[in-house]
Design a protein around this ligand. Structure first.
Ligand code: UDP
Length: 391
């Protein structure tokens, strides 16, 4: 292993999707460190295969089912130990998972600089563990790759130095464009799942705010079942466990429940559905590339760009969800209008921009402190908005 390799800390499905492009561009300089946060093969193995990633360096086993404090604690200890013994030039973490927080803190404790991909998202909802994870990463990150100007503005407002903030777009754009099957293959997927283009709903639910509240989960499942169209629902292991725990089998059998899907299959179904309903973070971004409408079944979102652009609508189970389902399913021109709206998450060049910045700052032979730092990456304009100024 080269002494100037880049450690990419992975532990969950979205990290595989969103860092795959970065790993591939780095080639042999990428060291994939797998924390074991997701342990279900349906959420991991097929993603590594689909994205053609090398076998990761497995750090831990058995952390997957642990309580959050245990999980983060063990991951920090193992990562800081690993980085101390085999220091990479830099550690890259993605998003807001427990793995990302532990990766940033573990690297920081070992004196390794940290790059945060998908930096600056804020829901301002402290009930979400992901919000705490994001806020823990910000003060220890050396370079913040913000997907949008809104995310960059949050970081500047928190006092992060503008020279350490880069607006790159979100790597999920290129992952989606690259993985979405061509039309003929997508239609074969629809046939396999016995659904007709524009005449079904695709739903995913796995966030604790929905799965850990039996009344809310029951209401959500019942409302989906009453949507008036077939509802395909890949069941996340956490949701399946909640359904069993709360005795909701009857509610869920009124939906077409299927195991978690590989990414290409999921994207094919998402591209051609009438409506997406999800509490996922990544799906809020993917819908803007696929040009499909989405109901975000959550109390808050850290991705207001998708809402502002007209792709997504936030709704809690109950009156809000009933109203959103009715209005969005009845709007026969909605998908036609969205087809013309650009994604607020960029044009598919984020991975390349991130790798270029990582190489320039951490992998060049002359790594004199400060020598590689470009002029401020970001500056608010006179109206207070933030404008991109890429070094
Ligand atoms: N996804 C998938 N198969 C499924 C459900 C989701 O490939 O059955 C993908 C989805 O397209 C997105 C990612 O999983 O890229 C999102 O992962 P998740 O919702 O677990 O995490 P979040 O984005 O909420 O952090």
């Amino acid at each position: 292993m080269s002494s100037v390799d880049v450690a990419l800390v992975f532990g969950t499905r979205p990290e595989i999707v969103k860092l795959a492009g970065v790993a591939r561009l780095l080639g042999p300089q990428a060291r994939i460190v797998w924390t074991g946060q997701h342990w279900d093969a349906g959420l991991t193995t097929c993603f590594f295969e689909q994205y053609g990633l090398p076998r990761p360096h497995h750090l831990l086993t058995g952390v997957g089912g642990e309580a959050r404090g245990q999980q983060i604690g063990r991951m920090i200890a193992a990562l800081s130990d690993h980085f101390t013994k085999r220091p990479p030039a830099v550690a890259v973490v993605q998003g807001d998972t427990n793995t990302a927080a532990a990766g940033a803190l573990g690297a920081h404790c070992a004196g390794i600089p940290v790059v945060h991909v998908e930096a600056g998202l804020r829901s301002f909802d402290d009930d979400m563990p992901e919000e705490t994870n994001r806020r823990l990463i910000a003060p220890v990150a050396d370079l913040h790759c913000a997907p949008t100007p809104t995310a960059a503005a949050h970081l500047l407002r928190e006092g992060i130095d503008a020279g350490r903030v880069l607006v790159t777009g979100n790597t999920v754009v290129e992952a989606t464009l690259e993985t979405l099957p061509v039309e003929a293959d997508a239609h074969r997927v629809l046939a396999r799942y016995e659904v007709v283009r524009d005449a079904y709903v695709l739903a995913t639910v796995h966030r604790p705010e929905n799965t850990d509240d039996p009344a809310r989960l029951a209401q959500l499942l019942d409302q989906l079942a009453a949507a008036g169209l077939p509802v395909l629902m890949p069941l996340h292991p956490r949701t399946r466990a909640a359904v069993d725990r709360y005795g909701l089998r009857r509610s869920v059998t009124r939906l077409r429940q299927i195991p978690p899907l590989d990414h290409a299959t999921f994207l094919a179904l998402a591209r051609h559905c009438r409506l997406l309903v999800s509490d996922s973070g990544g799906v809020q971004e993917e819908c803007t590339v696929l040009k499909r409408p989405l109901i975000v079944v959550r109390n808050s979102t850290e991705r207001p760009e998708a809402v502002r652009a007209g792709f997504a609508r936030l709704a809690q189970p109950g009156r809000q969800l009933a109203c959103a389902l009715r209005e969005m399913l009845d709007d026969s021109t909605l998908t036609g209008r969205l087809a013309r709206v650009p994604s607020p998450y960029g044009d598919g060049s984020a991975s390349a921009e991130i790798v270029a910045a990582v190489r320039a700052r951490y992998l060049t032979p002359d790594r004199t402190p400060g020598a590689q730092l470009p002029a401020p990456g970001y500056a608010p304009d006179r109206a207070g908005a933030v404008t991109a100024h890429r070094p």
